[in-house]
Design a protein around this ligand. Sequence first.
Ligand code: ADP
Ligand code: GLC
Length: 483
Amino acid sequence: MNGRSLRVLFVASECAPWVKTGGLADVVAALPPALVTAGLDVRVCLPYYRSLRPEVGEAPPVATVVGALVRKARLPSGIIAYLIDAPWLFGRDGGPYQDADGSDWPDNAQRFGLFARAAAILASDETPLLWRPDVFHGHDWQAGLGPLWLKTSLPKPAPSIMTIHNLAFQGVFPAQTMEALRLPPEVFAVEGAEFYGRLSFLKAGLHYADMLTTVSPTYAQEIQGEAWGCGLHGLLTRRRADLTGIVNGIDDRVWDPATDPLIAARYDRDHLAEKAVNKASLQRRFDLALDPARPLFAMVGRLTWQKGVDLIAEVADRLVRAGGQLVVLGTGERSLEDVLRGLTHRHRGAVSVRIGFDEALAHEIEAGADIFLMPSRFEPCGLNQMYSQRYGTPPVARATGGLADTIDGVDPEGCEGSGFLFDEPMGTALWAAIERALGAYRTPTCWRRIMVSGMRKDFSWAASAERYRTLYEGLIRDAGRPA
Ligand code: ADP
Ligand code: GLC
C-alpha cells in the first residue's frame, strides 16, 4: 500500500443516524470513526433508501454499477458513504426491510442481492471508483452475497470479512432466486450458499468470506453449538479458526450522562444526586406515581422472543407488588405489545409502556431508571446494558452472549460488580435476580458502589477497533499483498 492507510469498505443495511432499526446501525456508525482514529481509511456502503434523502443532503452521483447510481455523501461523523441508488428497489416509503404494516418487502432478495453485488464490485478491479478498498467488510445477511461475488466472479477481489450481528436473521429465499440474481449455479451446494434446498444470503457470506467475526466472544462460542447455531453451527464449527468474537463498543460521546443534551439533568459518578431529577422527570413523562423511593425498572428494545419480553411480563405483577415501577419503550411483535398494554391497564401509575421508536426517550429512560432489564434468551452483544451501566442504571440480565461479556455480575452476598446476571431463561430465574437487585437497592452504600463500578467501565471502541485492525492486517498479509 506504499505507506498509505489501509482501506476498508463497510457494507451494511443500516447506519445511525440515517437508518436504524437496532444495534447494527450504532455499530456501523461508531466503529468506522474509531478505526479512522486508529489510522485506517474507512468508508461505508449503504442502500439509498428513500428515507435517506432528507438526511444526507446533496449526494452527487459518482459512478454507475449494475444499473444503479453510486452517490457519495458524508455521515455526520465525517465518514464518507457510498449510497447505492436503485430507485426501483429502495425508492419507496417504509422501513429498510418491511413495509409500513410490518410485512417483509417481497423483493428483499433482489434489493439486497443487487446491493451486495454493487458493493462487491466496488471492492474489485471492476470498480468505477478511484478509491478502492483493501478489505470488504460485510455486516449481516444483507451483505452476505458480497463475499460470494468476490470469490467466484470478480477480478482482483479484495479479501473479505463478514460480521455476524445476529445469526437468527439469515436472508433465506426460494431456490429460484438463484437465477433471478444470476448467481453462478455451482454455488448452490452444501459447500456454498445452499441451505436446505434454499438460497441463504448469510450462509453465502459465512462460507465465502475469508474471515468471520461476531460481536462478542461468548456469542462466538454459543453459535458453534446446536442450541444457538440456527442450523449453521456445523459450518461455524468447521470455520472456528477463522471466527473471532470482538465485543462491540458504544459511542461514548453520544451516550454520556455528563454531557447528554437529551436528559433532564446531567450527572457523573461524583454528582449522582442529579440522577433523581431524571427519575422524577421520567415518572412524570410516563404518568407514574411521583415517588423517589420506588425502584424504577426499565426496558428499551425490540419486543421479540429474543429479548425475553414475555419473561418481563411474567414477573411484572410481582415487581409491582414489591413496590417497583416499570417503563417499557419498544416496538415489535403485536402479541407482545398487547401483553404489555394489558399490564399498563392492570397497574396504572406503576407500569407504563410506549410503543414506538424514540431515540431521545431511550436516553431519558437510561438516565431516569434505577434498574435496567435485559432478560434476553440470546444476545450477540447488546448495547443497552452498556448504556445503562454508563448511566448508573445497573442491568439485570441473562448471562448470555455480550451480556455475559460486558456485565460484571454482583455475587449473591456482595456489592462488587456492575449488574445482576442469571442463567435460566425463565421468569423464576429473572425474578430471583430482580430480588437480588432490590436487596442491593435498599442498601444505599451498596447500590452506589454497584452504580459507580458500572459508570467507571470503559466501553469505548478503541480496544475493539485495534482488534479489527489486527484482523484486517492479517487478511491482507494472507492475500499476499504488501501490508
Ligand atoms: P438489537 O440490535 O438486537 O435490537 P442492541 O441492544 O444491540 O439490540 O441495540 C438496540 C439499539 O436500538 C439501542 O441503541 C437501543 O437503544 C435502540 N432501540 C431499540 N428499540 C428502540 C426504541 N423503541 N426506541 C429507541 N431506541 C431503541
Ligand atoms: C444485533 C444483536 C445485538 C447486537 C447488535 C449490534 O442486532 O441482536 O445483540 O448488539 O446486533 O452488533
